[in-house]
Design a protein around this ligand. Structure first.
Ligand SMILES: Nc1nc2c(c(=O)[nH]1)N[C@H]1C(S)=C(S)[C@@H](COP(=O)(O)O)O[C@H]1N2
Ligand SMILES: [Mo]
Length: 418
């Protein structure tokens, strides 16, 4: 079944539904409900007239034929929604388009005039600074691709299966190429005093979101970013400036960043005491559990989709880890009894989404598909049961258990706990 010689025809033949050319265009048209005159070798309607003018809108949009690829869920009746989710199951590759990047707002989206915005850096520093956006953009820049995931992502999976699609269950995850300044470059300029061990980061939204960042993370690969996938940050992602902590729970990547204060101790803000802590079985809570551990999900096929044909299907999904690169992804087509190693799409980038693919021959019988990510640190994504055994079920954040998709005899794909 593996297409070792790059022979596409053999794989396509297995799709069954693809008619041989010899059958003729009109036969193919009848099969798919299209107008015969639009199919090769005839000249379709859209080749007979000049295409539409293309100057408006000046900012391009997807084809009107691409429908339902949106981050706003139809089932979001809240008066003040606090999050939207990326339609992971409708995307290809590894990068999230800016208009589909997930959102998590604690007090809506502030509309900030970049000329009125400043970043203040103070506390245990030798030379406090007040930086304009122009100042920040004069620093040497770097670009880096990495994922961002809310630690509340997938939390419904702790309980009975609730969400239907990968978007509903795992959509508080996105991946972009970010451009900005290494935070270490700027901290070098202000000169951290020897007692400086933590950094308070504050956002300019009505929530004044604040988190404490350990100095080791701040000096490692943290960035102050102003650009996302080549354009300036979207308002929803923190325009004009956000903190970015690759691999760390999304909450620390403070948007609309206005202040960094260096201190000797953590600041114990609301978001690291009342929220974003992990309640243990014994009633005590862990603070500063910042790492986003390895995780993966099959997106094709995935919840809400239906397999219409037996035979060849390419299983495809994504894997990511806050600890670095994905080393391998195993896929099970029999509910976890046996596993096969998937092919990883190059380049595999650290703390970034990695696409995996594996050919599969569906014999039409009900089964369960699962994927299991292993990262370069050797960490293995746990089963749901192992996660619960280890952490108890008082906990809320950091769900990264293996996702099970049930394939029904009718081809329907549903979210189950296996
Ligand atoms: N200022 C500010 N920063 C913030 C938030 C916020 O509400 N206000 N939400 C945080 C949370 S919980 C997450 S998961 C990420 C979400 O980033 P995104 O909306 O760009 O996807 O931003 C973080 N930074
Ligand atoms: Mo979050």
């Amino acid at each position: 079944m593996e297409d070792r010689r790059g022979n596409r025809r053999r794989a396509l033949a297995r799709l069954g539904a693809v008619p041989a050319l010899a059958a003729g265009a009109s036969l193919a048209a009848r099969a798919t409900g299209t107008q015969a005159g639009n199919l090769p070798p005839d000249t379709p309607q859209w080749m007979k007239e000049q295409g539409r003018t293309f100057l408006s809108p000046p900012y391009g949009l997807p084809s009107p034929h691409v429908k339902d690829v949106a981050r706003v869920l139809p089932s979001a009746p809240a008066a003040f929604p606090t999050a939207t989710r990326t339609p992971l199951h409708r995307l290809h590759g590894t990068i999230t388009p800016n208009g589909l990047f997930f959102e998590r707002h604690h007090a809506g989206v502030p509309m900030i005039d970049p000329d009125q915005h400043r970043l203040m850096i103070h506390g245990l520093v030798a030379r406090p600074l007040l930086l304009t956006m122009n100042d920040l953009m004069r620093y040497p820049a770097v670009s880096r691709t990495c994922f961002l995931e809310c630690s509340g992502n997938s939390l419904s999976q702790w309980r009975a299966p609730a969400g239907k699609t990968a978007q509903e269950i795992h959509g508080l995850l996105s991946c972009a190429e970010w451009t900005g300044v290494m935070l270490s470059t700027i901290l070098d300029d202000v000169g951290i005093k020897p007692q400086g061990r933590w950094l308070l980061a504050e956002g300019a939204d009505a929530a004044a979101m604040t988190r404490s960042v350990p100095i080791e993370l701040a000096l490692d690969d943290a960035m102050l970013v102003y650009s996302q996938n080549g354009e300036m940050l979207r308002p929803e992602q923190g325009y004009p400036l956000r903190l970015l902590l690759p691999g760390i729970e999304g909450n620390l990547s403070i948007k609309w960043l206005r202040r960094l204060k260096v201190g000797a101790e953590p600041f114990h803000t609301r978001e690291e005491t009342s929220k974003y802590t992990d309640l243990q079985r014994d009633g005590t809570a862990l603070q500063f559990t910042l790492m986003m551990d390895a995780k993966s999900v099959i997106l094709s096929p995935s919840g809400g989709q239906t397999l219409r044909e037996k035979g060849f299907h390419e299983i495809s999904g994504i894997a990511w880890s806050g600890r670095g690169k994905i080393r391998s992804v195993d896929v099970s087509m029999d509910g976890g009894r046996s596993w096969r190693e998937a092919r990883l799409q190059e380049p595999v980038l650290s703390k970034s989404i990695t696409r995996f693919r594996l050919p599969w021959e569906w014999d039409g019988s009900p089964t369960i598909l699962q994927s299991r990510a292993v990262d370069e640190s050797g960490y293995v994504q746990p089963t749901r049961q192992r996660l619960i055994d280890e952490r108890g079920s008082n906990t809320f954040y950091h769900y990264n258990g293996i996702q099970s998709w049930k394939i029904g005899a009718n081809g329907e794909v549903t979210n189950v706990h296996a």
